[in-house]
Design a protein around this ligand. Sequence first.
Ligand code: FES
Ligand SMILES: [Fe+2]
Length: 436
Amino acid sequence: MNRRLTGVGPGTPGGALLRRYWQPVALVDELEGPRPVRPVRALGQDFVLFRDEAGQVGLIDRACPHRGVDLAYGRLEDGGLRCPFHGWLFGTDGRCLDTPAEPEGSTLHQRVRARAYPVQLRSGIVFAYLGEGEPPALPDFDCFVAPGTHTFAFKGLIECNWLQALEVGIDPAHASFLHRFFEDEDAKEGYGKQFRGASDGSDLPMTYVLREFPRPRIEVDGTDYGLRITALRRISDATTHVRVTNLLFPQAFVIPMSAEMTITQWHMPVDDTRCYWIAIFTSFAAPVDHARMRAQRLETYALPDYLPRRNSRNEYGYDPEEQAGQTYTGMGHDINTHDQWAVESQGAIQDRTRENLASTDKAIAANRRLLLRAMTAVEEGRAPMMALDAATAVAMTGPATIDAMAPTEGWERHWRAAAARRRAAAPWSAPALAAE
Ligand code: FES
Ligand SMILES: [Fe+2]
C-alpha cells in the first residue's frame, strides 16, 4: 500500500492519478532572462519548457524526436526550439517546422512531432497537463482569482517523496514543536514570515500561542475540494484559538500565513524521491511586496534550481547551542528548513509500515484514504475527485483559511465571520463562500 501511495512514474497507480490534474511544473519567473528555456522533470519524466519569440509558452518532451538529443540545449530561434544536433525545429505545439539537413522539398517534417503538453500560466506558476485526454478545469480558488499585484509565487526542492512533504502540511500539531521559537519577535518585523504575526482578534504572537498551547484538538471534515482541518487550542475557559487549514486534493494545502496573507502550496513530484514545494502567497489586504518576498526566500534557496542552501550535506546548519536556547530544531529561523529536515529525515520514501499514527494524524489518515479511493476510481475508468468540469470549477471558491482568537462558546460561527470579513474587505473581489 505504501508503494501504491507513493509511486508517481508512468504506468503506476499514483502516476496515473496525478496525470489527471494540472501539475505546477515551474515558476513563470524561470522563463525570465535572455534565454527562456528550462529543463523540467515532473512525475519521473523529462520535458523542456520554453517561450518562443512571439511569447508563446510550450512544454515538450526533452528528447529530440530525431535521435534523442537533449533539447534543453536547443537554439531558441525561428519561431521555436531548434535541436543543435541536426537542426530540426519544433514549435511550442510540438510541430516540426523544419528539417534542414533533409533534401530540398522533403515533407518529413509534416510526419514528425514532439509530444507537447497543454500549459497555462496562473498567478506566477506554469501549470502543465501531463495526462491523456481533456485536462480538467482549475477552480476559482482565491490564489487564482487574486490579481498579480496581490499574489507572489516561489518554490524550493525537497529531497524525498512528495506525499511525506504534503503530509507535514496537514499535520497541525507539529507547529507547536518543530517550529517552536523560545522568544517572540515584534509582530511588525514578521512581514512575509509564517507564524510571526498575531491571529485575528488577538495581540498574542502566533509563536507564543503555538509554544504555550501544544495540545490542539483536531477536527477533520470532508469537503468537495478535499479536507478542512480545524485545530483548536483552548487558551482559557472563555477563549479558544482556532486555526483552519485545508487540503486541496490531491497535492496542495491552503493555510494562513499572517493576518493578511495565505499560502496555497503544491507538492510537485520530480520523481519518486524528490519534489518541489511550489506556492502562491495571496494577500487579502495590501499588494504583495514582491521584491521583499523574493529576497527573503533567496536567502534560503539558490537559483537556478531553487536548491535549499541548508540540506542533508551540511546537517541543515544544525547548531546545538541554538537548539538549547533559541529554536526547537537548532536549524535556524526559516520554517521551510525545519519542514525540509523533518520530511527528508524520514527517508527518501518513508517506510509507513513502521509508523504509529496518533490522534494528531487524523488528516493524514483521511488523505491516504482519499488517495486510495481516487486511484481505484481511475483504474475503474471513473473521474477521480477534483477532476473538475468547467461548471463545477467556477462554483468552487475560497477555501476559507484563518487563524482567529474566538470565544470558546461559538467558535464555529466566529471563525467563519472573521474569514468572511477579511474577504469582504479585500481590495480585489474575493468570491463569496458557499454556505455550509
Ligand atoms: S537529434 Fe535532434 S535533430 Fe537530430
Ligand atoms: Fe511545518
